[in-house]
Design a protein around this ligand. Structure first.
Ligand code: SF4
Length: 766
């Protein structure tokens, strides 16, 4: 008997959907909007229409996730009174429940309105001059006494591009440290390193419109139904119009995406590279490969040197379905079935997010998945593409493109490459040798450096690492040891508790700037409101800091438009060229996809494809020009088990993720009463079998313990978790599940493995 199967607690993925919907439908005026969405879009909690009378509708971009939906903001009497999806934008007027609550974002309580300095243990109000004077004095003192690498910048995929670009330039070319990293390291670094290793350049080759054309969707490690709803709805529309379309979902949990898929492969956490290699084995063993495409466009590599196709086939022999099925948790028959679908469908689109990015083999998983597309020729046609979905609104444009990571420089350049450093020194007009040849600290190692005193002062902008880092308690202590400065819009985040200085930041339409969403599309958010109190944009804060540190001659672009124009110019020296994407065009058009080298270029939907991509040689058809020989690389990527193996002491796997109504660590969405009401507090989801064995019922409090920390929270039984796997969403600061999560990371991308932590679970009785 399961320990508990009461209907209220059944699960977030199944019948409690009704409960959530009912909650949403009772939320006053919002109900009508959701009903309209539900009727039009077949049941998802989406909004397509608005109701308020407004003075003006203004084109903007949703503040929350990496789908980057275009929205129209309705203003009346200087206030935001309504938001609707922009019918002319890529999302075709569809937004999710979070987007529909954007007006609340401009009026919820808890905004930081004044700078604060910690005095006698308490954060107290200070003037901007006092706060910035203190920050500049401490940064200068550290740089003078301990060198530039004693300070750091930790940014975010939620800053505007102009802000990330300026921070990167200030720290790398001004202060002369590469200690510039941020939260995109935690979510998509493996996608970036996967693309770079395969194509020589970062960012997806395809676009969202490919979802309108595929016949097979291979969704691995993504819960797009909840996390990217407009994209998943496009997939469902395609399926409604073409019933033979197949959706495959690979996920240890029966998520809503899995529920709405035709095939669900519930792999054992940490093993899915076995699946990808096994599919490659089947593809070659059964002659399903596209040999013509391989011969023209592909070379093979073992990671150290090129090898021939025979070596790849030899490598795959140990991944025959019958050899891996047990460890993988998926039958050989299912592996073969999915390999056939992947290879033989007219167009296959893979979609993925953190399930394969947040892994110690994240780079391998990404390049192996890219490799499946290459060996089957499933790339470069509408609907045929590998496509990594992204979590934050500007991780792609703002951080990956600008190179605002510790190993990177703008436009796909690398700190470790002397030629790349010289190029950027010339472009930035700084003396040769200015940019350090030493890569800075990636996210986890930055906080470890703060822990042991190598980094003594850090500026953290627009993110909440106190809640989002794995092994969080360890890094709370690290922040305490450092001079930690936090710029944020809302007060009282977990990170601010450990800060010496807190700076109030403008949010969303309180400032102007460009974001680049998951399909290389840049979009402009206009300034429609003044920020509250003394809050300033992060760009203003960076410009002020630059001047106080004596770098005002380097940071000469001081308005969003001026920075964007400088960044456009920088892009012309790379294959990311988007000189043609001007503010004026962005103000009129619904975003533009790079490459876009001239002001009359329409932008590039599909990269590496002749006719779309301006860099492809005429007559080449498809050309992977990011690599010297213009070929993409298929790697031999051996599977190694996660360092997190279950044991007698830690017999279960903990995995974490998001839910529809909440974004990131919940600092914005969980303050919106309707969204909080819809999700309630985060819980630990356990399979009924595990719950029964542990004597746990829904509603009981359990302690989830790992080598990294322990967390106590409420349990809920659900069939969505396969036996042996527990799940918790990470939005809830009260649960702060990341205290228990492992901080192992991928050796190439340095992205931590949030998805696999061995834990014990016990009922708390007192
Ligand atoms: Fe679109 Fe994401 Fe905003 Fe929802 S949260 S409206 S999916 S950008």
């Amino acid at each position: 008997m399961p320990a508990d199967n009461d209907s209220e607690s059944k699960d977030r993925q199944g019948s409690s959907d009704v409960t959530r919907r009912q909650v949403l439908l009772t939320l006053g005026g919002l109900g009508a909007a959701i009903c309209a969405g539900a009727a039009t879009w077949g049941g998802l909690e989406l909004m397509v229409s608005a109701r308020q009378t407004v003075d003006s509708w203004n084109k903007a971009v949703c503040r929350f996730c990496g789908t980057g939906c275009g929205v129209m903001v309705g203003m009346k009497d200087g206030r935001v009174v309504d938001v609707r999806g922009d019918e002319l934008a890529h999302n075709k007027g569809v937004i999710c429940i979070k987007g529909s609550m954007l007006p609340e974002l401009t009026r919820i309580q808890g905004r930081l309105k004044s700078p604060k300095i910690r005095r006698a243990g308490k954060l107290v109000d200070a003037s901007w001059d006092e706060a910035m004077g203190l920050v500049a004095a401490r940064f200068s003192q550290c740089i003078d006494q301990f060198g530039p690498d004693s300070v750091a910048f930790y940014g975010s995929g939620q800053l505007f591009t102009e802000e990330s670009y300026t921070a990167n330039k200030l720290f790398k070319a001004g202060i002369r440290t590469n200690n510039v990293d941020g939260n995109p390291r935690l979510c998509m670094a493996s996608a970036a390193s996967g693309y770079i290793s395969t194509f020589g350049k970062d960012e997806p080759p395809g676009c969202y419109a490919d979802a309108d054309h595929a016949d097979c969707y291979f969704m691995i490690g993504t819960n797009a139904y909840e996390c990217h709803p407009p994209i998943f709805e496009r997939i469902r529309q395609r399926k409604r119009a073409n019933p033979n379309t197949v959706i495959v979902c690979v996920d240890p949990r029966r998520t809503k995406t899995a529920e709405h898929s035709d095939i669900h492969l519930a792999v054992i956490p940490g093993t899915d590279l076995l699946l990808l290699n096994s599919m490659a084995f089947v593809i070659f063993d059964d002659g399903l490969q596209d040999q013509n495409f391989i011969d023209k466009h592909v070379r093979f590599s073992n990671g150290e040197r090129d090898v021939d196709q025979a070596a790849f086939l030899q490598f795959l022999r140990s991944y025959a379905p019958e050899k891996v099925e047990q460890e993988l948790g998926v039958s050989a028959a299912d592996i073969r079935r999915v390999a056939y679908l992947f290879a033989k469908s007219p167009a296959t689109m893979s979609l993925w997010t953190m399930g394969i990015n947040q892994r110690t083999q994240g780079t391998f998983l990404n390049s192996a998945l890219n490799g499946l597309h290459l060996i089957t020729g499933q790339i470069g046609r509408p609907g045929a593409t590998p496509f990594s979905l992204t979590g934050q609104p500007n991780a792609c444009g703002g951080v990956r493109d600008t190179g605002a990571l510790s190993h990177a420089l703008p436009g796909g350049r690398l700190v470790a490459n002397p030629q790349h450093r010289r190029e950027m020194e010339k472009i930035w007009s700084v003396p040769e040798g200015t940019i350090s040849d030493k890569p800075g600290f990636d996210a986890v190692n930055l906080f470890r450096a703060m822990e042991d005193g190598r980094v003594k002062a850090v500026l953290i902008m627009c993110t909440n690492p106190g809640a989002s880092l794995p092994a969080a308690a360890r890094y709370h202590a690290a922040m305490e040891k450092c001079f930690t400065v936090v710029s944020d819009a809302f007060e009282d985040s977990e990170t601010q508790r450990h800060a010496q200085v807190v700076l109030p930041a403008a949010l969303w339409i309180e400032k102007q700037g460009v974001t680049g969403q998951g399909e290389r599309r840049y979009q402009l958010t206009p300034k429609l409101l003044d920020p509250p109190g003394q809050a300033r944009s992060d760009l203003q804060i960076l410009v002020d800091l630059a001047a106080r540190l004596g770098h005002d001659k380097l940071i000469t672009a001081r308005t969003p438009r001026a920075v964007w124009d400088e960044w456009r110019e920088v892009s012309t020296h790379s294959l990311y060229n988007f000189k043609g994407i001007t503010y004026d065009r962005l103000a009129k058009e619904r975003g533009l996809q790079w490459p876009c080298p001239t002001e009359d270029h329409p932008g590039t939907a599909r990269r590496y494809v002749e006719g779309d991509d301006p860099f492809v040689t005429k007559g080449a058809g498809i050309e992977f020009y990011g690599n010297h020989d213009k070929k993409a690389v298929v790697y031999l990527r051996p599977y190694t088990p996660s360092p997190e193996k279950t044991s007698a002491q830690y017999p279960l796997y903990l995995t974490t993720g998001r839910v529809l109504e909440q974004f990131h660590t919940g600092t914005m969405t969980d303050r919106i009463a309707e969204l909080h009401k819809a999700t309630g507090d985060a819980m630990f989801d356990l399979n009924p079998e595990d719950a029964h064995r542990l004597g746990v019922r829904s509603g009981d409090r359990v302690e989830v313990k790992s080598k990294y920390g322990s967390v106590i929270g409420p349990a809920r039984t659900t069939e969505a978790s396969r036996p042996g796997v527990i799940f918790a969403a990470f939005y809830d600061a009260k649960l702060l599940v990341n205290r228990s999560v492992a901080d192992n990371y991928d050796p190439t991308s340095k992205e931590p493995e949030y998805k696999v932590t061995a834990v014990s679970v016990s009922k708390v009785t007192v």
